[in-house]
Write a protein that binds this ligand. Structure first.
Ligand code: GAL
Length: 653
């Protein structure tokens, strides 16, 4: 009897011990499984690394993230409860608004409703005992991801026996679509190039093909010469006019010919600028060595043979103080800017620089306030060809928030630039304030940023790219909408770099969309460590030709469904470039890959929707292959967040 009682007690204890619930905090899990639209997901800290704080209350435990954010947990059917507080972190701005969702196996279990900056936390307590996969999602509240710093606070899951584990997003393998350039010469680059009369002229004919290679040019205007070995056209042309220059490139395997229209007039940047900028990789850690490496890599990688020509130094190059003359001195980071300019020019490349109209740049270095003319003279002496002119610290000088005050610093810089006997591309970087696309050209802008800064997430890139419709009518030869720089390859905004967090499909979308939008193409990665995928992505001449089309008309959205968008861009030769994009199911459940399988969407568009009639032969631009003749509709399966980019060419019957 005694023994039976003892065994019952032991069995009960064992049973209750086995049934005992354990508790796991979200911040204990591997947070690399959580995505964020900006910044780094952080355990027990906000996305900017501050104590988790909502409506003044500090929380010890939790996870700081940024909309749009997802995390999928495999509960294995062993979890019992999910408990959390949620809120917008006090470090975000007043514009922040988000919505928190908890999903179970594809269904919404709970949502917070729209939350704004300053709102007290909301609490969620759920029985999750039947759930296999639990999704945590923070949406942007419907107004874009800007400022949306979101906190999961004190988030805990109780479970039996087997602890929940995060489902790691499967890293998609990069895949190469574009065939290598032929060994025979092929002349790439735009069909038209603009320069001002009397100023130094520099244009390197971009040619692919086996070296050695020779380039000759007929009908060059007086004052210009071509170096047959390098293909660099230089000199200075004193007479305005259009010159149809016949260019011929030859190597041992054959030759190629093309007419380049050189337009000597008042307008430069007749096609969107293409090049590299230091910001998205090096941030403020930029120095002369890194820029020189970019110059060299632009040439040695062959990118220059596809038309990439600007090497632009962003913030961080400046000295801490001016000379007594007011001039900008050389400094430890950039000991010899003129030598750098000469080095770039010898390779047929151009050098760009950055400044701000205020006393200081965004990075806290010297700005050009009250030194505009002096600085443009210095830059011209260094051989600068491009100026990115920011806004930072000017808001402290501006008298009010009027349009006149918004425009004033750009007017000042425009008149300073006009006094310089040099073609300097003028890039306005004030994030689209005052609808800059409406007036940027009047103030000498060759391009103007239409948005805040891009980062390497789908939400950032797609959020910017797919919202450029509004500024489309204001762009054209000489004047371009700038949705910010490219986030492909290795980026980092500082000394340490990481591969772009965009999936390969998202990177095809990024380049396709920027080309369709006639956007400036400024590579933001380390050029000296280009991988094969990135190199391939940046050297498809048929895709680049869409961007460099001389008509300069950007694509507009012709169709949008719950899972896709179609954008179409008219081209100079009467053909049309069309991007069929999978934007994915944007419902909360659509944010997750519940089954762990590769997803795709069917994207279609009819002739009627595009406003065209008649048969078109269709060319797949990434694969550089004709896919057939169509006369009513395009319909393709497109990888999740990917694109089918085609050119529709009218068939003559
Ligand atoms: C920002 C600008 C960035 C970068 C940065 C430098 O205002 O949008 O592209 O130039 O300043 O501090």
């Amino acid at each position: 009897m005694k023994r039976t009682l003892l065994s019952i007690i032991i069995t009960c204890q064992l049973f209750s011990c086995c049934n005992q619930e354990s508790r796991l905090y979200l911040d204990e899990l591997d947070l690399s499984a959580m995505s964020a639209g900006w910044g780094e997901v952080t355990a027990c800290r906000s996305v900017e690394g501050n104590p988790l704080t909502v409506a003044g209350q500090v929380y010890e435990r939790g996870v700081g993230t940024h909309a749009a954010s997802t995390m999928l947990l495999d509960l294995k059917g062993r979890a019992v409860t999910f408990h959390s507080f949620v809120g917008i972190d006090d470090e975000s701005g007043e514009k922040a608004s988000v919505e928190f969702f908890v999903l179970a196996d594809g269904w919404i279990l709970w949502h917070s409703g729209l939350m704004h900056y300053g709102d007290p936390t909301r609490q969620v307590k759920l029985d999750v005992s039947d759930v296999k996969k639990l999704g945590l999602y923070v949406s942007d509240g419907g107004d874009g991801i800007g400022w949306d710093h979101a906190d999961w606070l004190n988030t805990q899951i109780t479970y039996n026996k087997s602890a929940p584990v995060p489902v790691m997003p499967v890293a998609a393998e990069p895949y190469i679509l574009t065939p290598a350039s032929p060994e025979k010469p092929r002349i790439n680059g735009p069909d038209v190039y603009g320069a001002r009369h009397g100023n130094p002229f520099l244009y390197k004919v971009p040619v692919t093909g086996k070296r050695p290679l020779t380039c000759v040019a007929e009908n060059l205007p007086d004052g210009l010469n071509i170096d047959q070995e390098t293909g660099i056209i230089s000199g200075s042309c004193g007479s305005k006019g259009d010159y149809a220059v016949r260019i011929r490139a030859m190597n041992a395997l054959g030759s190629d010919e093309k007419t380049l229209l050189i337009r000597i007039g008042d307008t430069i940047c007749l096609t969107p600028p293409m090049g590299w900028n230091s910001w998205n990789c090096w941030g403020l850690s930029v120095d002369q060595q890194k820029v020189q490496a970019a110059v060299d890599a632009m040439v040695s990688s062959g990118l220059a043979d596809h038309g990439w020509s600007f090497i632009n130094i962003d913030d961080g190059w400046e000295a801490d103080s001016r000379l007594s003359s007011g001039e900008l001195p050389a400094n430890d980071k950039f000991p010899d800017m003129k030598a750098l300019g000469d080095h770039a020019h010898r390779q047929g490349l151009k050098l760009g620089i950055y400044s701000s109209p205020g006393t200081h740049t965004c990075g806290g270095f010297l700005g050009s306030w009250e030194h505009e003319e002096q600085d443009t003279r210095t830059w011209a002496d260094w051989g600068i060809d491009y100026l990115k002119y920011d806004w930072c610290s000017y808001e402290r000088i501006a008298r009010d928030h009027s349009l006149t005050e918004l425009q004033k610093p750009y007017l000042n810089m425009q008149s300073a630039l006009m006094k310089i006997p040099r073609d300097i591309v003028f890039s306005l970087c004030q994030y689209g304030m005052g609808e800059v696309w409406q007036w940027g050209a009047t103030f000498g802008g060759n391009l103007w940023r239409t948005t805040g800064d891009i980062v390497d997430t789908w939400n950032s890139m797609a959020g910017i790219g797919f919202s450029q419709d509004k500024c489309a009518p204001f762009t054209g030869p000489g004047h371009w909408n700038d949705p910010d720089m490219l986030v492909v390859g290795k980026v980092g905004w500082g000394p340490s770099l990481h591969p772009s967090r965009l999936t390969p499909d998202e990177q095809y979308t990024h380049i396709s969309l920027w080309c369709l939008l006639s956007a400036p193409l400024l590579i933001g990665c380390d050029l000296s460590s280009l991988d094969d995928f990135t190199q391939n992505l940046l050297t498809n001449d048929e895709v680049i030709a869409i961007n460099q089309d001389p008509l300069g008309k950007p694509a507009v959205k012709v169709k949008e469904t719950s899972t896709g968008q179609v954008w179409a861009k008219p081209l100079k030769d009467g053909s049309m470039a069309v991007g069929l994009f999978s934007t994915g199911d944007r419902s909360p459940a659509g944010m997750f890959d519940w089954e762990g399988e590769a997803r795709s969407d069917t994207v279609s568009v009819t002739w009627e929707e595009m406003g065209i009639t008649g048969a078109r032969s269709v060319r797949d631009l990434w694969r550089q292959k004709d896919v057939g003749t169509y006369n009513r509709e395009l319909k393709f399966p497109v990888n999740h967040h990917g694109v089918m980019l085609v050119r529709l060419i009218e068939t003559t019957r």
